[in-house]
Write a protein that binds this ligand. Sequence first.
Ligand SMILES: *Cc1c(COP(=O)(O)O)cnc(C)c1O
Length: 406
Amino acid sequence: MLTKVEMTSKDYIELEEKYGAHNYHPLDVVIEKGEGVWVYDVEGKKYLDCLAAYSAVNQGHCHPRIIDAMKKQAEKVTLTSRAFRNNQLPLLYKQLNELTGYEMFLPMNSGAEAVETALKAVRKWGYKVKGVEENKAEIIVCSNNFAGRTISIVSFSTEKQYQDGFGPLTPGFKVVEYGNAQALKDAITPNTVAFIVEPIQGEGGVVVPKEGYLEETYNICKENNVLFVADEIQSGLGRSGKLFAFYYEKVCPDLITIGKALSGGAYPVSAVLGTREVLGVFNPGDHGSTFGGNPLAAAIAVEALKVLVEENLVEKSFELGNYFREQLQAIPSKHVKEVRGKGLFIGVELHPEAKGARRFCEALMQRGILCKETHDNVIRFAPPLVIKKEEIDWALSHISEVLQMD
Ligand SMILES: *Cc1c(COP(=O)(O)O)cnc(C)c1O
């Protein structure tokens, strides 16, 4: 009998390290298969995924309904380009409208592209509608933001490493302190066209601003004819325990960017949701993307949104998130400074003396739980929203022991 030559995790890691650009520092787990909240490495070891691909896999890995929709559409037509129309994109628009009440949508692929689209939209609105003098538009962003990795987006990052070596940077951005509404008020000028904010900062370390911040900044924007843009690419689509994290307050953003879980992790799909006044500024030829709005992406996104609603994942995130956070708070650990978050969007910040979150993530990986440090001292727990209470309890028993290590 012929024996198949099996590659081990070590072999894959060696290949990747040899040929791949080293722009990531992954945990050394080589995943071969995923199902719901579980993933399996090439040796067959099972792990509970507590990162969910940065919240792209809210619906769980390889959700059967999403994969089925993907297969069905893949057998019909995958890409038409927007030079022609297809019979799936309009259905995604209709569904987004019914789900969110927004009037207009612009589909892209990655989250960064959705943010770039929003930047273009608010600038053009500034010139064509608000009447800002050409090339003078200013966009206000927050410290500690994350919105992707393009040159323009890293141009407004406050993370030194994200900019180092990538200049010249794009001008036209002003940074104000996250969580400080007065700072926004002071920064606005007649040339300000928009304020872009993550209702909860994900990459920044699951930072929840104090209650009322979104409402206050929203009102400041409205008083000054400045657009309010919510980046819900990570916090949105159920992660925070609401469909959008801004639903916790009374605001009505002019634009919303979504991505990640819009496809349940099956395909890159993103979109900008907006008012007709703002997204209406685009004319044919102003903006586009070869793959943006393709029928495969649209069919997948339609099903991914249906799963979110029909499986009550938003409500589950709210309830199980409260439970998970309470239980984490009860762990007697000298390392934990703060447990915070909303829904199943949870950050555990460690004291500086804990010597970094990475070693805790590595210890959890040994025990079959995958999570990733964000910044140096925050462990993010953001499992797929299909997680069950028993699975949270199993994870908690390990997390509790690991957080009580020396
Ligand atoms: C991940 C993320 C993005 C960028 O999405 P990509 O698909 O990685 O380009 C933008 N904004 C926020 C808040 C994110 O978390």
